[in-house]
Write a protein that binds this ligand. Structure first.
Ligand code: TXA
Ligand code: MG
Length: 370
């Protein structure tokens, strides 16, 4: 895979009133086989013309993303769904009416005009209409659907600010449109409509509860066995080592009132062994970590899951910048956006959850970090 090296330009853009001059310039870059990063309501995307195989291949090169992980195609009008997909089931239109523009991605049969490498050679294509003026204006100006994965390096947490994109992809993307922080902060829900039962491949910004109102027999990701890290999978977002910070991420689950005490003890033990520790804590737990020699990132109240979702990836990145060896965090409730948050934490922790309730003493955990 050849490198895609360019001089990156950053343009601030007001999401309430995107400057048409800047949008037109970025649209020209897209039509010219270049790469444009832009904010969406979920995370920043790294866009290329979805009809152009060369342009799309540059996304994979810039992100160092394996070619077998397919991309999402973004459209700017609901009616463009049949421009990029075919044999579309009725339910897709119903979902589009209810969730678009918004954080729901539908996996459908791919129309031949979409570049095959968008879908990693699969016969399907993932489609969504983002709820953000910048990509909507950009796609309309370019006049083509835009393939865009999250604008991070493969294996790094998704970017929720232009700075995150620059940190990962500076020198590998032509233009970054800086529209400020992303309002949701977690990627879209990916829903497969090509199997017998509509199946969530990746929980995300559109909560499963809301989808269930339209699809009562919706299959949730936890109903399916986790796939291993090989090729040929419906959603390679299910792969190991995804969304990970550089630090080792330790995710704890514990119902007992003493869970926070245990985490504090484990942190203390790691500190005494010379490790630099980062903690991501809710407001409710915050005071109990007072005095610990750790980098502490507050997430807000655990009753405000949308608020936590918005800053989760940014907090992981900021702990990485501080050079911590371990990040410790307690798992959160699984309802609403909690399903997506839990999924990202689980992947950051390389699919390992440490159950504090079944832990007898500290030595139980030592094998994890030895
Ligand atoms: O919110 C989002 O979805 C963001 C913004 C930029 O739209 N995009 C994003 O893209 O998160 P990416 O590439 O990081 O994640 C796309 C997910 C991956 O898990 C991929 O495997 C899955 O969608 N996917 C894409 N095409 C697919 C297909 N044809 N079949 C199954 N899964 C697909
Ligand atoms: Mg991604």
């Amino acid at each position: 895979m050849s490198d895609y090296s360019v001089e990156t330009q950053i343009f601030p853009v007001d999401p309430n009133q995107p400057d048409p001059q800047i949008i037109i310039r970025a649209a020209e870059v897209l039509r010219d086989q270049g790469l444009v990063a832009f904010p969406t309501e979920t995370v920043y995307g790294l866009g290329a013309n979805a009809l152009d195989e060369t342009a799309v291949s540059r996304i994979f090169a810039a992100k160092q993303r394996p070619f077998y992980d397919p991309l999402i195609v973004h459209i700017a009008h609901k009616t463009d769904i049949d421009f990029v997909a075919k044999d579309i089931p009725e339910i897709a239109f119903t979902l589009g009416e209810n969730f678009w523009p918004g954080p729901l991605t539908l996996v459908l049969k791919r129309h031949e005009r979409v570049a095959p490498n968008v879908s990693a050679g699969l016969g399907t294509v993932a489609v969504r209409m983002p709820n953000h003026s910048i990509p909507l204006d950009l796609i309309r100006a370019a006049g083509v659907p835009v393939a865009a994965p999250s604008a991070n390096l493969f294996t790094r947490p998704s970017p929720t600010s232009a700075q995150h994109v620059l940190d990962d992809l500076g020198g590998h993307v032509d233009i970054i449109l800086d529209g400020g922080p992303c309002p949701i902060g977690l990627e879209s829900t990916v829903l497969d409509l090509t199997s017998d039962h509509p199946t969530i491949l990746r929980p995300g910004g559109a909560p499963a509860e809301a989808l269930k109102e339209i699809i009562p027999d919706l299959v949730l990701p936890e109903d399916k066995p986790m796939r291993d890290n090989a090729t040929a999978k419906p959603s390679p977002g299910m792969m190991l080592k995804h969304y990970s910070p550089k630090a080792r991420f330790l995710l704890f689950k514990g119902s007992s009132a003493t869970a926070v005490d245990q985490i504090r003890e484990i942190a203390r033990e790691l500190i005494s062994q010379g490790y630099k520790i980062g903690l991501m804590v809710t407001d409710e737990d915050h005071l109990q970590f007072f005095g610990l020699r750790a980098e502490i990132e507050r997430l807000g109240s655990q009753d405000d899951l949308p608020g936590i979702g918005q800053i989760l990836f940014a907090r992981m990145r900021s702990l990485d910048k501080k050079g911590v060896d371990f990040i410790l965090m307690r798992s959160l409730p699984n309802e609403g956006l909690g399903l997506a948050i839990g999924d990202r934490l689980f992947k950051a922790a390389e699919q390992q959850v440490i159950d504090l309730d079944s832990m007898k003493d500290l030595s139980d955990i030592s094998e994890i970090f030895s």
